[in-house]
Design a protein around this ligand. Structure first.
Ligand code: GLN
Length: 456
């Protein structure tokens, strides 16, 4: 059924970079055989899932939607993929994304754009646009995305689904092709909070193969979230930036509705401020490119994927080694990825390191301190996810700054390392979905799910 839905939606939505017809059918038959043999089945037995194409999969390509990794098949599964498979899930394919997860609309992909299932002339958001669209199009009930600065939450909001970015360290990054290692986190995307809780349960937990993975107990999310509601919770509302030009009224309306729902459910709504929030985007756009420029140095034409043709190397003026590196990188990476590498290399270079990178790290500490102080006063923070509902394809592709401003409300959680969830929060005047965001203190995913559960 899932494969049929993928086939039907691919021509208009293009959510998938690879559809695993054969391996998915084999996995489904294996689950069937186990069932017939009376074996104990995993909690996700037979569930079709889609995986963002930045997570390594041993039996299908992992391209990061880049020409650089065309045809690359990793020799191993990312820990999160291995965990889903061992819970019985069936990986039906890999989903489209912005190239190396850099973008907010899935338009920097080298594999073509993805349409928003609610209106195919609009973007599904990014960078996990394919993963969100796959769920919204009814192709899978659960997908895995990754979120470095909002890439799970923004496409979830644009596609009217639920997406959770876990606490940094809650979920293993082993086998997640690194963009900005100190910010990247994989997380579940699904229609409902219940589905996302089930997905998180399967993914989360300590992994000795990721040195930043946190060795903490993983709660039993589903019963824990159902055990309590929001009565007595203090929810702080974040309004910073909401009265700027360019913020859609529908975003303010969704927030107001969410406030009243939580109030009716017995939560206390208070105002809260994160004083350094105006520095979130500039800080992120120094730190993320710096880490990216270092992480992406491994794509050199020798180790993985794309290498320029020998004839071109031979024809170059520089020596063959330098020509292989530079021509392969020039031909393999798209323009947004190159922009990030240049910004990051510049900000890390001698003489600029202190002025940019080091300074950004100091501001990041202040941002984290803001979160710590706010969570002394409130249990959760409620705010917007995106400045507007889904925008038109091509609307922002020539304007990187406009694209970066999509991250206005989401990068704080990554810089501070806290968990955050995007919940469907209503519709705008033309019927496009609008999200609302909840953020919780580190390791308090249960609190997000609990509040999300009463809201949905
Ligand atoms: N839009 C942000 C960026 O382009 C976030 C991307 C992400 O979370 N992967 O960097």
């Amino acid at each position: 059924q899932s494969l049929a839905a993928i086939r039907a939606s691919q021509p208009t939505i293009n959510a998938f970079t690879h559809v695993a017809e054969e391996t998915a059918m084999q996995a489904a038959e294996a689950v069937d055989a186990d069932r017939k043999a009376g074996k104990t089945l995993g909690p996700l037995a037979g569930l079709p899932v889609a995986i963002k194409d930045v997570l390594c999969t041993s039996d299908m390509p992992t391209t990061c939607s880049s020409k650089m990794l065309e045809g690359f098949v990793p020799p191993y599964d990312a820990t999160v993929v291995a965990r889903l498979k061992s819970a019985g899930a069936i990986v039906v394919g890999k989903t489209n994304m912005d190239e190396f997860a850099m973008g907010a609309s899935t338009e920097t992909s080298a594999m073509g754009v993805t349409g928003n299932p609610w209106d195919t002339t609009k973007t599904p958001g990014g960078s996990s646009g394919g993963a969100a669209a796959a769920v919204a199009a009814g192709a899978v009930p659960l997908s895995l995305g990754t979120d470095t600065g909002g890439s799970i939450r923004q496409p979830a909001a644009f596609c009217g689904i639920t997406g959770l970015k876990p606490t940094y360290g809650r979920v293993s990054r082993y086998g997640l092709v690194a963009f900005a290692s100190s910010l990247d986190q994989a997380g579940p995307m699904g229609w409902s909070v219940d589905d996302v809780a089930i997905g998180l349960q399967a993914m989360a937990g300590y992994d000795p193969r990721d040195s930043t993975s946190v060795n903490a107990e993983v709660p039993d999310f589903t019963p824990a979230m159902a055990a309590e509601d929001v009565r007595g919770m203090r929810i702080g509302v974040l309004r910073e930036g909401l009265d700027q030009d360019g913020i859609s009224p529908a975003v303010r309306d969704a927030l107001a509705t969410a406030e009243s729902v939580f109030r009716e459910q017995g939560a206390e709504i208070v105002e809260v401020e994160l004083p350094h929030s105006k520095y979130w985007v500039p800080t992120y756009y120094v730190i993320a490119p710096c880490e990216a420029s270092s992480n992406l140095s491994r794509f050199d034409g020798a180790h993985y994927g794309y290498r320029v043709a020998d004839a071109e190397i031979a024809a170059a003026d520089s020596g063959p080694l330098e020509a292989m590196y530079s021509l392969s990188r020039a031909g393999g990476f798209g323009s947004e990825v190159k922009r990030r590498i240049m910004v990051g290399t510049y900000a890390l270079s001698e003489g600029y390191y202190d002025a940019y990178y080091n300074q950004a790290l100091k501001v990041r500490r202040l941002i984290r301190n803001d979160y710590d102080a706010a969570f002394q006063q409130v249990d959760l923070m409620l705010g917007p996810v995106t400045p507007s509902p889904a925008f038109a394809l091509n609307e922002k592709t020539d304007d990187p700054i406009a694209m970066y401003l999509c991250d206005l409300f989401t990068v704080g959680a990554n810089l501070a390392g806290v968990p955050a969830i995007s919940l469907p929060g209503g519709f705008d005047a033309v019927g496009l979905p609008v999200g609302v965001q909840l953020q919780a203190p580190v390791m308090e995913e249960t609190r997000l799910l609990r509040a999300g559960n009463v809201f949905q």
